[in-house]
Structure formats: structure tokens, C-alpha cells
Design a protein around this ligand. Structure first.
Ligand code: HEC
Length: 149
């Protein structure tokens, strides 16, 4: 019987130390968002992946028009015009967050414009790579946690 208790205690200790280490290991800055804000931000993120797939597949197939449209759909110009961001969200983004998000949106605009102006596919891919460094840097810096409401 005693070994069972000891075993259970050891398991608890193990589980709690793993949980604690998990928290400590995550050094990304937490952005506290409501359910609605979080759903919006993550929804945008999934659109980025979708558009990147379209850009890469279209460029590979030589379909520059579709690639340009897919890039423009994620650009800053379209985002401003659509004006769909929850009003409460802007104030929650730190300056550094913006320093990743704005050049990323601009990068999609420039990718679309470059293709429209006849830039080669290799240049478009290079632009996409540059733009995606903002995805990488922001993901290394931030995570989202739920506001207690
Ligand atoms: C300004 C910051 C920022 C930028 C730029 C950014 N992301 Fe994110 N992204 C985040 C954060 C924060 C999360 C949530 C991570 C967490 O809480 O662990 C996230 C989550 C995601 C997710 C998960 C979505 C889900 O439904 O859970 C995907 C996919 C993603 N990002 C793709 C991208 C891609 C692709 C790009 C670039 C084109 C990008 N992101 C640019 C901050 C950013």
C-alpha cells in the first residue's frame, strides 16, 4: 500500500514540476485579450497562412494575378479599408507588436504591387520571405492569454 502512496506523491511532484517548468520556459510577453479580441487576432493569423499558401502555389504555377490578389488581401491598404478590427484591440498592442505587424502588412502590399509592375516570381518569393520574418519575430516575442471576465 505504501508504495502506491509514494508513487502517487512522486507522480504529483513530477506533474507539477513539468507544469511549472512549462510556464517558466515560455518567456514570450503575454498579451491579455478578451474572447472576441482573441478570436479576431487568431482568425487573422489563419488568413495569413491561407494567403501564403495561395501566393506560393500561384507563383509556382505562374499565376501572377492570383498571387498578387492573395497578397493584396493581407496588405495594409485592404486591412485599413475593411476596418474590421474590434475597437478595443488597438490600444492593447505594444509598440514592438506594431513594429512587426505594420511592416508585415506593408510587405504584402509591396509584394502585390511588385507583381503588378512585372517583378519576377523569384523577387516576389524573396519579398514573401522578408515579410515572413515578421511572423517569426512576433511569434518569438508574444503569446495571447485570456482576460478574466
Ligand atoms: C505582431 C505579432 C504577430 C505577427 C506579425 C504574426 N503573428 Fe501569428 N500569432 C501571434 C500571436 C501572439 C499568436 C498566438 C500565440 C500564442 O498565444 O501562443 C499567433 C498565432 C498564430 C497562429 C495560430 C492560429 C490559431 O488559430 O491558433 C498562426 C497560424 C499564425 N499566428 C500565423 C502567422 C503568420 C503566417 C504570420 C505572418 C504572415 C503571423 N502569424 C504574423 C502574433 C503574430
Amino acid at each position: 500500500m505504501r508504495w502506491r502512496v509514494a508513487g502517487f506523491a512522486a507522480l504529483c511532484l513530477f506533474v507539477s514540476s513539468v507544469a511549472t517548468r512549462g510556464e517558466d520556459a515560455d518567456r514570450r510577453v503575454a498579451i491579455v485579450l478578451t474572447a472576441e479580441e482573441k478570436a479576431f487576432v487568431l482568425g487573422q493569423m489563419r488568413l495569413f497562412v491561407e494567403s501564403i499558401e495561395r501566393i506560393v502555389s500561384s507563383l509556382a504555377a505562374g499565376d501572377r494575378t492570383t498571387a498578387a490578389e492573395a497578397a493584396a488581401a493581407r496588405g495594409g491598404k485592404r486591412f485599413q479599408a475593411e476596418n474590421v478590427m474590434p475597437a478595443t484591440l488597438g490600444a492593447k498592442f505594444p509598440e514592438m507588436w506594431r513594429s512587426f505587424g505594420q511592416p508585415m502588412r506593408k510587405g504584402f502590399d509591396e509584394l502585390a504591387d511588385g507583381l503588378a509592375q512585372g517583378e519576377p516570381e523569384s523577387r516576389a518569393l524573396a519579398r514573401l520571405g522578408e515579410t515572413m520574418r515578421n511572423c517569426v519575430s512576433c511569434h518569438q516575442s508574444y503569446r495571447i492569454i485570456d482576460a478574466r471576465d
